[in-house]
Write a protein that binds this ligand. Structure first.
Ligand code: FDA
Length: 526
């Protein structure tokens, strides 16, 4: 018997006898052809495998790319192939074949990653395949039990719609944008207009199924509590591919009230915003008043879990300076608030099922957490700085108040640590059209971020993992795995003290660092 055949038999024996998938470094073949051949042998039909030479490759690759700066870039590399999985066994096959043939896999659910890490790699030598979950998007609602199983490839819009169709008095506290994918969103925490009442999406996950680095399909019981903890907010792409999530739904009233009050900087917006910082995080949990700050206007956008009649006295008592009146109120069902808030007052509930409803535009996103109110004089300087944006693009600052349920959960209960004492999260979004404006936009966005440093959280300066920002740092590979020390630079900002536990879990479940990207959790060996 030839020596290569002997090695192969030993590997097969290992797989069947101890469930062990060998480290990618010790396996014989490294060809992408071998990977694709392996997928075919594992019964993945050829029409689900899109190689670079397939006519379908480009359209499928681009289908969920929201940021055009990643559509045609020479600074990164695209996948060897995209596997449009339809069932968990396809994901298992992709992982097993990937390890065998030295091809990493990156999961893509909704493709909304701000740095495009679900479909591109910065290192041009990286050989990877995309496991596209958009074909795995079922939502099974148990209305009587108040729970649902949702597959990772569903969008938030599809999830909300399915809940409403089966149980109109139930909802779910996740993000505002209906096109965001459940897989990446839940992996990083997930917050939206119900966050003050109910916390994050991951605060309501009670079970999950995941394909791990050995290609095993595990539920909560089989994966163990450490891994189950890690996947609820420790960031996508580090621990395995989550196939589906079992979630507890939350009650919503028959009527919610939405309002937008718009003020300009010339007409008191900056003073209102200064006051808002102390008021919004301390209001009753049933109300969320967030702020969208733009160079020439500030929108106070709110959702209240109740009627306008109930809301008005509450606003008069807590935030009289906003001078909100019944004319500002828009009463609707909770499900109608989803299109209304994100897509505008003309959008319908059916629109939240459209996976491509949001436009493609170049953006650079960054985030901060604020634990002490920013002085009025500084807000005035910020608005002066914002005026420069119009020369190259646009800018929005989404300011989401915390407090309520989100702040009452202990910071180590899930990997998402930005809880007690946080007043609000700020997301800075700089937009531009066309490549020429990109340089000016990026430079300006960097300057604003630097300017904000003294006024936001420190040691570490916190950031939200779902608002991925590679400027916070990238992994460095040392001895074949991502270095813990290099990872700490960005990791402690997303996860604070939880970063160390995440890295220890990574060492336990994926010691070879198979699931690796520019900001995946590095293994910490003790
Ligand atoms: P995508 O598919 O790109 O995945 C993101 C990361 O997770 C990648 O690393 C990927 O490999 C990994 N991943 C994907 N599926 C996985 C799976 N099944 N198992 C394991 N890893 C997986 N956030 C928020 O909290 N509230 C909000 O309101 C919004 N709103 C919003 C609007 C818009 C327009 C954008 C572009 C983004 C947001 N976000 C947000 C941020 C959003 O939560 C974040 O980008 C999510 O990671 C997106 O998840 P997707 O599945 O769409 O991304």
């Amino acid at each position: 018997m030839s020596s290569s055949r002997t090695i192969l038999l030993i590997i097969i024996f290992c797989i069947f006898s101890c469930g062990y998938i060998p480290n990618i470094h010790v396996v014989a073949s490294d060809s992408s052809k071998g990977f694709i051949h392996c997928l075919a042998k594992k019964s993945i039909p050829p029409w689900l495998i899109h190689t670079r030479s397939s006519s379908s490759y480009t359209s499928i690759l681009k289908s969920s790319i929201r940021n055009p700066k990643f559509l045609n870039t020479t600074a990164s590399t695209t996948p060897l192939c995209i596997v449009s999985v339809k069932r968990a066994s396809h994901i298992q096959a992709a992982v097993v074949c990937g390890r065998r043939h030295r091809v990493r896999v990156r999961a893509r659910s909704g493709g909304h990653d701000y740095e495009g890490l679900s479909y591109r790699a910065e290192d041009r030598r990286e050989r990877f395949a995309v496991v596209d979950l958009s074909g795995m998007r079922s939502v099974r609602v148990d209305a009587a039990g108040g729970t649902a199983w949702v597959q990772s490839g569903a969008t938030l819009g599809e999830l909300y719609h399915a809940i409403w169709s089966s149980a109109p008095r139930l909802g779910f506290p996740a993000g505002v944008c209906p096109t965001v994918g459940v897989g990446g969103h839940f992996s990083g925490g997930g917050f939206g207009m119900l966050q003050r009442k109910y916390g994050l999406a991951v605060d309501h996950v009670v079970n999950a199924t995941l394909v791990d680095a050995r290609g095993q399909l595990l539920n909560r019981g089989a994966m163990g509590e450490d891994l189950f903890w890690a996947i609820r907010g420790g960031g996508g792409g580090s621990f395995g591919i989550v196939v589906s999530w079992h979630i507890e739904l939350v009650p919503v009233p028959p009527t919610v009230t939405v309002f937008d009050v718009v003020r300009t900087p010339e007409h008191g917006a900056v003073d209102l915003l200064t006051k808002w910082q102390e008021i919004a995080p301390r209001m009753p949990d049933d109300i969320m008043v967030r702020v969208i700050a733009e160079p020439r206007r500030v929108t106070f956008e709110a959702m209240y879990l109740g009627t306008c009649d109930e809301l008005l006295p509450l606003m008069r008592r807590h935030f009289p300076d906003l001078a909100m009146t019944s004319a500002d109120c828009h009463e609707m069902r909770w499900i109608e608030s989803i299109p209304y808030i994100h897509l505008g007052s003309n959008a319908t509930v059916a629109d939240i099922l459209n996976r491509t409803s949001i436009s493609r535009i170049n953006t650079k996103n960054r985030s901060d957490y604020v634990r002490r109110p920013i002085p009025n004089t500084i807000w005035k300087k910020i608005f002066t700085a914002l005026q420069k944006v119009t020369t190259f693009g646009e800018f929005q600052m989404y300011i989401d108040p915390y407090g309520g349920k989100i702040g009452s959960i202990h910071e180590s209960a899930t990997p998402f640590p930005h809880r007690e004492g946080v007043l609000y999260n700020m997301q800075y979004i700089t937009y531009w059209n066309g490549g020429a404006n990109g340089t000016a936009a990026l430079e300006w966005s960097g300057e604003l971020y630097k300017f904000m440093e003294p006024y936001v959280s420190r040691s570490p300066r916190e950031a939200y993992a779902n608002y991925r920002d590679l400027d916070l740092g990238r992994n460095k590979v040392v001895d074949g795995v991502s270095s813990y020390d290099a990872g700490k630079v960005w990791g402690q900002r997303y996860f604070r003290h939880n970063f160390e536990r995440l890295a220890a879990v990574k060492a336990m479940v994926d010691p070879d660092d198979y699931f690796r990207n520019e900001q995946s959790i590095p293994p910490l060996f003790k």
